[in-house]
Structures are given as structure tokens and as C-alpha cells.
Design a protein around this ligand. Structure first.
Ligand code: GLU
Length: 318
């Protein structure tokens, strides 16, 4: 391209490159394994791959199976954290949950007992996220769920975002590990509220259903330090948005966060349904989805796709 590249040209170039990256990454969809420990997730089509990018001027670029809907799972943990931080402030929240990566799987129970006091190491592992859910203000799980839905609807501009009831029930009925974590924490005084109500909110918020475009919009708000990139409405406090992005870098990709930081180099959070939300400060929000996971629980083709985009668009923040 010679001379000044117009907005339309830039968008067209991004569109072509995104489509190309989706084609390249789709070669890997069969290498991943769809999560089955939540039975409803096992029904996902392993061949699906989609990606969406929201630029700071609000233009949207999308490629692949863009209509496919999936549940946020661990991606939701960032937004319950944002709400808990707004409700109570940093000092209180981080007196109950730590800030350090674990190097262990997301649902590990090991360090919880070994470390005294039994405070979960960070809000991105299940134990930490359950404590964060315990801190979200609201009259029962219904009201707490409405609060996070309301935030996500504003971030995405999609008023239809809601909980996938089948996934929620499936998760609730198969949550032996999360119940064990929660009751252990209740026993040791880390969890203060009603355990089942807190777990119910946790399951519901993990089961919020979206598509890649919704995820890209959420990421674009974080990219713009918590303000909506188009309307300018402040949805998340700037300091809290910064904390969310920091956790995305240090613990967002489970115990592969270090490797991802080196290979892709942008704040990202994945969920076991196969979604990844990635954010490039002041540039773009990215949502990707492919349900086949690698051995650490990250979308295998999704990571390949982000790697490709990072190289192509020189996205690494490091
Ligand atoms: N709802 C999932 C669980 O509790 C979230 C895990 C994830 O996405 O990492 O196991």
C-alpha cells in the first residue's frame, strides 16, 4: 500500500488478514479436546472456529462461524472481580484473595490447604473466583447475576445476553470439585456467605452465553481502560480495568500464562468452553472461539489464531 491508507482500506486489510488467519488456525481444530467434565459443554462442535475484532473507532471485523454461541466460563471471572472491586475496594478484596499466579491447574485444591491462611492465590483460579463471587453485593444469586448481565450488556451493546440455562444446570449438577473447594473455604472461614447461593451465582456467571463479537466488545472496553470505546461511557473504573488486564497477563491463560505472554504478548483470558478474550491497549478488543482445548485448558486453535494475529499485526505489548 502506498500513500496514506484510508480507514476503509485498513478495515479491508484487517478483514482479509483475519479471514486468512482463521483459515490457517482451522487446520488445528481437531488437535484439541472439547471439555467434557461439564457434560453440556461436550456437545460443542469441535470444528467451529470464529474470531471478531473491535477497533477503537467501533468498527467490527469478524470471520469464521461468527453466529456460534458459547458460554464465557472463566472469562466471566474478570467481570465478577471488577464488580467486587467496585463494591469493596482493593484493600478488602485482596485481603481475601491473592494476586499471585499458581502454576497449577485452574481447579486445583492443592495449594489451598498448603498455604496458611487458606486464601486462594488469585481470582482467576476457581477457588479465588468463588471467593470473589462471595463478595459481589446483591440480594441472592438472582440479583448478583443481574448485576453482571447488566454490565456485560452495556459493554457489548447486546441487550439479549443471558445465562444458558442448560449449561448452568449441567455445571451445577456436576460441580463436585467446585463444591469441595467452596466447602473447604467455608470451613476455614475464607468464604463468609451462604455457600450454595455463592456457588449458584458462580455457576450462572460462568454460563453466560455470548458470541465472539460480544467478547471482542468486552475486550475493547478493557482496551479503552474501562470506558466504552464509542460512547465514552465509563463502565469500569480505570484502575480496576488496569487490575483486570494485569491478571489477564499473569494468570489469564491458566498455567500457560507465561508461555502465552512470550508467544502472543497481550492480556488474554480463556474459558473452558473454548472462548478467549484478548485486549490490545488503546488498539482493539479480540474475541476468539474454538472448543477444542489443549492440555492446559486453553482453546488450541484459538491460541494459534492469536499467535498468528500477534505476528501479523505486531500486537505484543512487551
Ligand atoms: N465453570 C468452570 C469451572 O468452574 C470454569 C472453568 C474455566 O473456564 O476455567 O470449572
Amino acid at each position: 500500500m502506498t500513500g496514506i491508507e484510508t480507514k476503509q482500506h485498513i478495515q479491508q486489510r484487517y478483514q482479509e488478514q483475519l479471514e486468512q488467519a482463521v483459515i490457517l488456525a482451522s487446520r488445528h481444530v481437531k488437535e484439541g479436546k472439547v471439555a467434557s467434565y461439564i457434560p453440556e459443554l461436550a456437545k460443542s462442535d469441535p470444528n467451529h472456529l470464529s474470531a471478531a475484532v473491535v477497533l477503537m473507532d467501533g468498527s467490527v471485523i469478524a470471520a469464521g462461524n461468527t453466529q456460534t454461541r458459547f458460554t464465557l466460563q472463566s472469562i466471566a471471572k474478570l467481570f465478577s472481580l471488577a464488580i467486587a472491586l467496585a463494591d469493596h475496594g482493593c484493600e478488602y478484596v485482596f485481603s481475601r484473595v491473592g494476586m499471585e499466579p499458581t502454576g497449577d491447574p485452574f481447579n486445583s485444591i492443592m495449594k489451598l490447604e498448603a498455604i496458611k491462611p487458606h486464601k486462594p492465590l488469585n481470582p482467576m483460579i476457581n477457588a479465588g473466583a468463588i471467593v470473589v463471587c462471595d463478595m459481589v453485593k446483591g440480594n441472592g444469586c438472582e440479583e448478583r447475576t443481574e448485576r453482571i448481565l447488566s454490565l456485560l450488556r452495556k459493554m457489548t451493546g447486546n441487550p439479549e445476553i443471558c445465562v444458558n440455562h442448560a449449561v448452568y444446570l449441567s455445571e451445577k449438577n456436576s460441580a463436585n470439585r467446585n463444591r469441595a473447594l467452596a466447602y473447604f473455604m467455608k470451613d476455614s472461614g475464607v468464604l463468609t456467605g451462604d455457600v450454595e447461593d455463592t456457588l449458584d451465582f458462580y455457576f450462572r456467571h460462568c454460563s453466560i452465553e455470548v458470541n465472539t463479537q460480544d467478547v471482542a466488545w468486552m475486550a475493547s472496553v478493557l482496551a479503552a481502560d474501562g470506558a466504552h470505546p464509542v460512547t465514552g461511557e465509563r463502565l469500569i473504573d480505570e484502575r480496576i480495568a488496569g487490575i483486570c488486564k494485569t491478571f489477564m497477563v499473569t494468570c489469564g491463560m491458566y498455567n500457560a500464562s507465561g508461555e502465552f505472554a512470550i508467544q502472543v504478548g497481550i492480556p488474554a483470558k480463556s474459558g473452558v468452553a473454548g472462548g478467549i478474550m484478548a485486549t490490545v491497549p488503546m488498539q482493539m478488543g479480540i474475541g476468539v472461539y474454538s472448543p477444542g482445548l489443549d492440555e492446559k485448558g486453553n482453546s488450541l486453535a484459538g491460541v494459534k489464531l492469536l499467535q498468528e494475529l500477534s505476528n501479523l499485526w505486531n500486537l505484543s505489548i512487551f
